[in-house]
Design a protein around this ligand. Structure first.
Ligand code: SF4
Ligand code: SF4
Length: 66
């Protein structure tokens, strides 16, 4: 069961979410988007659905599912 959903096409690689995640569940994927940004990925086994990434992301990438 997924805890969060990422609309990764919106990610601009700013890294705010990576800095804010209290569980270290987010990191850069190394996958460069069509817009030329290194995008983030989530390790769902570490995520506790705290919502910090949702709150800090300026580009509305995250949706919290629980
Ligand atoms: S919801 Fe919280 S724990 Fe999960 S990825 Fe976002 S900041 Fe990290
Ligand atoms: S805060 Fe949003 S735009 Fe910035 S790296 Fe994270 S997901 Fe991408």
């Amino acid at each position: 069961m997924s805890k969060i959903r990422l609309e990764i096409t919106r990610c601009k690689g700013c890294g705010y979410c990576v800095e804010e995640c209290p569980r270290g569940a987010l990191r850069f994927s190394g996958h460069i988007s069509d817009k030329g940004y290194d995008t983030v990925m989530v390790d769902e086994s570490l995520c506790v659905a705290c919502g910090s990434c949702y709150r800090v992301c300026p580009d509305r990438v995250f949706e919290i599912l629980e």
